[in-house]
Design a binder for this molecule. Sequence first.
Ligand code: SF4
Length: 112
Amino acid sequence: MTFWFIRGLRRGVVTTRYPARPDRAARYLPTPPAFRPEALTRQAADELAAICPSGALHRDGSVLVYDVGACTACGRCAAEAPGAVTASGQFELATTDRSVLIKKIPIRGEAP
Ligand code: SF4
């Protein structure tokens, strides 16, 4: 115990230097989705909303409403529609304004 304490004082925190330096493990983190409006159709948006376990997605007319604050980055939507949804790679999403986390994605894809 004493050894670990002294080593910790000498080296400081060694598990990560984030945010002072980029975290090497960040590329392995699951991140919220990014949507391609031109690849989204109304039907696809409805299907994505139906499979989202956290209720982070719903369609409002020709807009897919995405609540980043409710998203758990589970990846189901990206697996369902890989052409329209990809991982964003973003995880620094903290904000004091809840409304910033509500994204309105226009649906521009044509129905097949
Ligand atoms: S990653 Fe999961 S929780 Fe987030 S929007 Fe997609 S299905 Fe919903």
